[in-house]
Design a protein. Structure first.
Length: 70
C-alpha cells in the first residue's frame, strides 16, 4: 500500500467508484477474519461475496475485488 493510505480508505474509494458503474454494488466492507483487515465483503443486489485480501498491495486489492464482481 502507498504510505499514508489505509486499506479502509482504498476500499471506500473503490466502493464509490464501483457504485458509479451501476453494477448493482451496494457496499464493500473491510473485515478481519484471520488477520487485521484481510477480507472484503462485497454486498450487491445479487447477494454477498467475500474476497481474501491478506498481504495484497493496493492494485492487487482492486484486481481481486473486480475479478470477484465480474
Amino acid at each position: 500500500m502507498k504510505p499514508g493510505v489505509t486499506k479502509q480508505q482504498l476500499i471506500k474509494s473503490l466502493e464509490a467508484t464501483l457504485r458509479l458503474t451501476r453494477e448493482d454494488i451496494v457496499a464493500l466492507v473491510l473485515v478481519s477474519r484471520y488477520e487485521p483487515d484481510d477480507t472484503v465483503i462485497i454486498h450487491s443486489t445479487g447477494g454477498i461475496q467475500t474476497v481474501d485480501i491478506a498481504c495484497n498491495s493496493g492494485i492487487a486489492i482492486i484486481r481481486d475485488v473486480c475479478r470477484a464482481i465480474d
